[in-house]
Design a protein around this ligand. Structure first.
Ligand code: CA
Length: 451
């Protein structure tokens, strides 16, 4: 009887597994996209119809955060599900193809490692920015396929390959260099759609990291011409870059539909940090601040999850979530365990999005830059921002003041002390940055000149 019962239980599991095949997971990241520059956040001058449809088909996070206010550290957190300051990945790596000390540390386990372990096909398309030397190559970090570049940015127009090595090196398909002839964002959409087509019969994980709409501001003439109504030239080109990215995302969504896997694919979309308003004339309103800062404008981003077959459509989720949550969510769906030998800071969001778990995914979220400051902490609607090392903190109630316009002025009060204590307990678990930002030497020199 006992053997039979076990046999039946095993059969039951097999039936359940057949009824609910493991979903594909697609993570789409934009680079330096302004909070207000998508239609689903109310943008009117830049068209994002595919993203708007994607948002309408799933859950839009109104308090969706990234774990850093600029490029590479956010990606290190996303890849590992861990606060990147735990392993010293706190600044951008310089583009150093021969320096094995500057990149996502070899001891870190990536989302692609875990999805590969789960038997998924894993692909990366786009901007890597997690180290340019051999040990950091995507194919050595869990991805089975790649198409893209290893640095922090790249020229978009194939006829305009002038400038630094980082921005002009040939694209790579796996470990081989290739000559790309299309506008880069369009090429990334093409490659991502092809990956979907190649792997449609098998669970897959796709990480599509556009460098758009990061500088350099370059877009196809036809795309710029469509936005002739935008008087500001920088914003017109920036907007065209977003419109082309939206087209590329539409192509990937179309590939999912054509492959018949749309209802069995979880798609995340987010920006890697807030918009650099003064650089590209992007907009983060109603948020204060920009890329590089721990005000909301640097860290709260357009962020959504869509899975038509499983998640409700057209809803918002207001509790804070963070890019670190993508790894635990994907890994749980793929059916493998999280590493147990290290803290994983992200949370599996599925029970929260399905209404099965009560409460919030995170009691508290933290940010820290430069090994010290600026830093920030959010717990509930309470937010504390340390803008500069050594100056007073600012306390905001985000429920009443999402724009962080008026600090509460109670910096000696109990709520502030409690937030500082939470930050200090977290900060004590971190290590110093393993390398300096490539711009820090120049910045220091410029500061010296000003004095
Ligand atoms: Ca960025």
């Amino acid at each position: 009887m006992r053997a039979m019962a076990i046999g039946l239980a095993a059969a039951g599991l097999a039936v359940a597994a057949a009824a609910a095949p493991r979903p594909n997971v697609v993570v789409i990241v934009a680079d330096d996209l302004g909070y207000a520059d998508v239609g689903f956040h109310g943008c009117r001058d830049i068209p994002t119809p595919h993203l708007d449809r994607l948002a309408a088909s799933g859950t839009r996070f109104t308090s969706g955060y990234v774990s850093h206010s600029f490029c590479s550290p956010t990606r290190a957190g996303l890849m590992t599900g861990r606060y990147q300051q735990r392993f010293g990945h706190e600044t951008n790596p310089a583009f150093l193809p021969n320096d094995t000390s500057v990149g996502l540390p070899a001891g870190e386990i990536t989302i692609a490692d875990l999805m590969t372990k789960a038997g998924y096909a894993t692909g990366f398309v786009g901007k890597w920015h997690l180290g340019a030397a051999a040990p950091f190559h995507p194919l050595d970090r869990g991805f089975q396929e790649m198409y893209g570049f290893l640095g922090g940015g790249h020229q978009y127009l194939p006829e305009l390959l002038t400038g630094t090595a980082e921005y002009t090196v040939p694209l790579m398909r796996n470990r081989e260099t290739v000559k790309e002839t299309e506008y880069l964002t369009t090429a990334f959409g093409r490659e991502a759609a092809a990956f979907v087509g190649r792997h449609k019969g098998h669970p897959f994980f796709l990480y599509l990291a556009f460098n758009a709409p990061h500088t350099p501001l370059q877009a196809p003439e036809a795309a710029i011409a469509k936005l002739a109504g935008i008087a500001d030239e920088k914003r017109r080109v920036y907007g065209a870059m977003i419109a082309v990215m939206d087209d590329a995302i539409g192509r990937v969504l179309g590939a999912l539909r054509e492959a018949g896997v749309e209802n069995n694919t979880l798609v995340f979309f987010l920006s890697d940090n807030g918009g650099p308003t003064s650089v590209t004339h992007c907009r983060n309103d109603p948020l204060k601040g920009a890329k590089g800062q721990t005000y909301e404008g640097g860290i709260r981003v357009p962020f959504l999850a869509s899975w038509p077959g499983r998640l409700p459509a057209g809803v918002t989720y207001d509790r804070p979530v963070v890019s670190l949550d993508i790894l635990p969510t994907a890994v749980a769906l793929a059916g493998v365990e999280l590493p147990k030998d290290r803290p994983i800071d992200g949370v599996n969001l599925m029970p929260f999005l399905l209404g099965e778990a009560k409460g919030a995914p995170h009691e508290v979220l933290f940010w820290r830059q430069n090994g010290n400051a600026p830093w920030a902490v959010r717990s509930g609607d309470d937010k504390l921002v340390m803008v500069q090392n050594g100056t007073a903190v600012e306390h905001y109630d985000l429920a009443k003041d999402i724009g962080e316009a008026a600090p509460l002025g109670d910096t000696a009060g109990g709520r502030v002390k409690a937030l500082v204590a939470k930050f200090e307990a977290w900060n004590a678990q971190l290590i110093a940055p393993k390398w300096q930002s490539p711009g820090s030497g120049k910045k220091k020199a410029a500061e010296g000149k000003r004095k």
